[in-house]
Ligand binder design. Structure first.
Ligand SMILES: *Cc1c(COP(=O)(O)O)cnc(C)c1O
Length: 372
């Protein structure tokens, strides 16, 4: 099988389309910052922080350099570090674990629920030890984690709960947006995320004014006043240009998430009842942000090869779970559900600029491959 040439390829994600759609506003933002003569920790960042906090329904937002540092600074801001353990999902991007390591603490993985792919609340309690300080819930693929039972365990055990919301801007759990569901949330504005910058960026969102203040201090060399350093901070700031771009794109986030929802609904309709392909499950309390549309398929590698041959881009999130890579192999974690998912998941093209006919084409090729 090869691409007969008649059909245009379907890229996994088109990163240029968002800029082209918002070109006039993005170019305005660019000119505004360039001519301001002020490029770090200025009016654009302050405005974005206020706007994004309000969007999430939280009181504070602190812009930082990227999503990994957002999570690490939350942990440091909560005084979680060496000697402490943080519960993380086994099935996640390695950044969730690396943030714990960056803070000096130890990630302790818990298996996912095999149907939602997110942290299984029923298995959290067994992973708690006297050293456990926090639970990091990841809203993986834009699907909100089941926060109520996680928070209930945390309350009983006196633990903090942190949201890794890097894939879930605008996703809702029981009618409330991610970012304000727990003690604090880390967001990423990596270009491919639902709210993506034109470079790296991230944010900490919280209702805890003390934590917001400590993260603000840590992100800027531990300094409130130039050349006065209270703590050993880092340099992790969301720059003015990215903040200005993000302010433009934030105004379109809900509309673009709605377009993703339309794509997801079209896939679900076109691929229903297809033997061998398990569709993502959104519980009734979830309004996912559809960062990714992840199907599960025993014949995953064959399906991916067939789609690649037809010019259809797919990715695997994630081919090697954190505990199986060299960084964390020494922990010796045994996570069979996570490993099965890694062998069977496939992410289909999705995004606010994917056309109906492209979705249709992907579905047709999947059906063809699965009955072949
Ligand atoms: C992207 C991502 C991060 C890290 O964000 P960066 O901005 O790339 O550092 C963390 N966690 C998850 C689940 C992510 O998808």
């Amino acid at each position: 099988m090869n691409n007969s040439g008649a059909k245009p390829p379907v890229p996994f994600l088109d990163l240029k389309a968002p800029y082209l759609e918002l070109r006039a506003e993005m170019d305005d933002a660019y000119r505004r910052v360039m001519t301001s003569g002020w490029y770090l920790l200025g009016a654009e960042l302050e405005a974005f922080e206020a706007e994004f906090a309000a969007y999430c329904g939280a009181s504070h937002c602190v812009g930082v350099g990227n999503g990994l540092e957002a999570l690490a600074l939350i942990l440091r801001g909560l005084a979680i570090g060496p000697g402490d353990e943080v519960i993380v999902p086994g099935n996640t991007y390695i950044a969730s674990w690396l943030a714990v390591s960056a803070a000096g603490a130890r990630p302790v993985p818990v298996e996912p629920d095999a149907r939602t792919f997110n942290l299984d609340p029923a298995q959290v309690e067994a992973a708690i030890t006297p050293r456990t300080r926090a639970i990091m819930a990841v809203h993986l693929y834009g699907q909100p984690a089941d926060m109520n039972p996680i928070i209930a365990v945390a309350r009983r055990k006196g633990l903090r709960v942190i949201e890794d919301a890097a894939q879930a801007h605008g996703a809702e759990y029981r009618g409330r947006r991610t970012g304000a569901l727990a003690d604090a949330a880390g967001f990423s504005f990596y270009p491919g995320k639902n709210l993506g910058a034109l470079g790296d960026g991230g944010a900490v969102v919280t209702n805890d004014i003390g934590l917001a203040d400590r993260v603000r201090l840590l992100r800027n060399y531990g300094s409130r006043k130039k050349y006065e350093h209270e703590v050993a901070g880092v340099n992790s700031r969301l720059d003015e240009l990215q903040a200005a771009f993000l302010r433009v794109k934030l105004r379109y986030l809900d509309a673009w998430n709605a377009r993703r929802r339309t794509v997801a609904a079209a896939y679900a309709q076109a691929l229903r009842d297809l033997p061998g392909v398990l569709l993502p499950l959104a519980p009734e309390w979830a309004e996912p942000a559809w960062h990714l549309f992840v199907v599960r398929c025993r014949q995953r590698d064959r399906l991916q090869a067939a789609l690649t041959a037809e010019g259809i881009g797919t990715l695997i999130h994630y081919p090697v779970p954190p505990h199986r890579g060299p960084v964390y192999a020494a922990l010796g974690a045994r996570l069979p559900i996570t490993e099965r998912l890694a062998a069977e998941v496939l992410s289909l093209p999705i995004g606010p600029h994917l056309m109906g006919e492209q979705v249709e084409r992907v579905a047709v090729e999947i059906r063809r491959s699965c009955v072949a």
